[in-house]
Design a protein around this ligand. Structure first.
Ligand code: SF4
Length: 511
């Protein structure tokens, strides 16, 4: 009886085809690589050509390199080395590159240098093209932010606070040596009082160290400890203060930076599986989306979303000629400054303020019966009526300035006599008569936001925001593994996020 054997499909590696296929025939219809190819073919690449010299040897075509890099970001291939290798291995990249094999230096230089002045316009062209196809709206956007880790060492930090502490130590040491010098100075050569060290700089340190050496260096009967301190101060302080001044210039008002990427600021990242925030160098990435397409993006060193909206709107105007007609955002953006800005630009804002969600809860309202916003205002007498029926009279106006320089006008009202009130303690904690601060403009803006957010349209838009902008971050970070930038410095980080945004939009179009 013949032995039964398994049946295999033919496997002939050396098979020759009568008509060899083109690479394009091997790419399935509707494959994302076709979307990348088709969209980039339709873009104006003039701004990209400006990054090339007329003289010199020939270069790889920027349109080809743009397709290769964007397809890399579409398929989670962010490394220039891996992308260069894939150009020789992946049929999709071989088709895009027409079987040219740019090396990783070429890809890296194209991404970090050539794209520098052109990527924003490439991104804008993609957005306009998608808007023409009716896939997204440039006028109605959802805005949110996330923190992305920088390509920087988390142990090479510089903190503004530690510079201040070190400067205070220097001031203390100098005062101590100065006071000693005063004590030992000869009657006829009396030393003046120590200089004011509340702020110190290179010049002040140099002048003080020179003066101290002049008074003490030649003397033999000085305290040994002071002698050593003066020696240390003379050697190190001029160098240290120069270093601190340089670091303060890099900080530019930030609280920290990383020495390996000086534009990255230490921020609390929400990514630990135990839900512990971790302090890492990173960037605050702001995006506006429509139908899960990214319409606008900006990169910030400031970790708080509130202070980013102005720059973000300015970028939207620069890209599309006008501010969005409708903007939906969460409570992180609900400040007086942002509401005012949106009002000035004529943007209809569906933006929550800090207490909006709590105010919706009746339990919360019943627990805070003494809150200033619950008090009755008597317009005629310009006074508030406290829970015990006392008049709280106007006592003055103060102007407060936010960290961005925005001025807030606050009117203050005070109760006449809280001393014998049975509510004292529950109503307020101060020992004096209760004072309330009323920001009329903010109250007006909050009232407007409250009405808008609770309208039928507002409820609909709030619901939609959650599954418009938030899943875009989730998709990029979780599904496509983009949790850390590959490039360093804000300029290059902007290019990289631009590529991430183009990739997100093309993936979405292909879906
Ligand atoms: S403590 Fe003062 S402000 Fe509060 S209810 Fe009594 S009188 Fe009015």
């Amino acid at each position: 009886m013949a032995l039964k054997r398994p049946v295999f499909k033919p496997y002939i590696q050396q098979q020759i085809l009568a008509l060899p296929p083109t690479l394009e025939e091997l790419i399935p219809q509707g494959h994302p690589v076709r979307v990348v190819n088709e969209v980039i073919n339709r873009l104006n690449i003039e701004p990209l050509l400006e990054a090339y010299n007329i003289r010199g040897s020939s270069s790889y075509h920027p349109q080809m390199l743009l397709k290769v890099v964007v397809y890399g970001y579409v398929t989670n291939n962010y490394s220039s080395r891996k992308l260069a290798a894939a150009c020789k291995e992946s049929i999709y990249l071989m088709w895009l590159s027409a079987m040219s094999y740019p090396d990783h230096n070429t890809i890296n230089r194209f991404r970090g240098v050539r794209l520098k002045n052109a990527l924003r316009s490439v991104f804008e062209d993609v957005v306009k093209l998608l808007a023409e196809e009716g896939l997204l709206s440039i006028e109605e956007v959802n805005t949110d932010g996330t923190k992305i880790e920088a390509n920087a060492n988390k142990y090479t930090f510089v903190w503004k606070k530690s510079i201040a502490t070190n400067k205070e130590k220097m001031a203390r040491q100098l005062t101590e040596i100065w006071t000693y010098a005063q004590q030992v100075a000869a009657e006829e050569d009396k030393m003046p009082e120590p200089p004011d060290f509340t702020s110190i700089d290179s010049e002040k340190i140099k002048a003080t160290v020179d003066q101290l050496n002049e008074k003490l260096a030649g003397k033999e009967d000085i305290d040994k400890k002071i002698k050593n301190k003066l020696k240390y101060v003379t050697k190190n302080y001029p160098v240290n203060i120069a270093k601190y001044e340089q670091q303060e210039a890099i900080l530019e008002g930030r609280n920290s930076y990383s020495k390996t990427d000086k534009d990255a600021t230490f921020m609390r990242m929400k990514e630990d599986h135990m839900k512990n925030g971790q302090l890492k160098p990173g960037y605050n990435v702001q995006i506006s989306t429509s139908n899960q397409f990214i319409v606008n993006y900006t990169i910030h060193s400031n970790p708080t979303d509130t202070n980013t909206l102005s720059t973000h709107l300015t970028q939207h105007e620069a890209s599309f000629g006008k501010a969005p007609e409708v903007l939906i955002a969460d409570a992180g953006y609900g400040s007086e400054e942002n509401y005012t800005l949106l009002e000035q630009k004529g943007t209809i804002a569906f933006v929550k303020y800090g207490m909006f969600d709590k105010e919706q809860n009746e339990n919360y309202n019943s627990k805070h019966p003494f809150a200033a916003n619950k008090l009755f205002y008597n317009q005629e007498k310009d006074c508030y009526i406290c829970p015990m029926g006392q008049q709280m009279n106007y006592i003055g106006t103060s102007i407060k300035r936010t960290s961005t320089g925005f001025e807030q006008t606050v009117r203050r009202y005070q109760a006449g006599n809280c001393a014998n009130c049975p509510m004292n303690g529950a109503c307020h904690k101060s020992k004096a008569n209760r004072i309330i601060e009323i920001n009329e403009n903010l109250n007006r803006l909050k009232q407007k936001a409250h009405e808008r957010l609770n309208s039928e349209e507002g409820i609909e838009r709030r619901k939609k925001r959650c599954f418009d902008v938030e899943p875009v971050f989730g998709n990029i970070k979780q599904n496509h593994g983009f949790k850390r930038f590959m490039l360093r410095g804000k300029e290059k980080v902007e290019i990289e996020w631009g590529l991430v945004a183009i990739a997100q939009n093309l993936r979405k179009k292909a879906a």
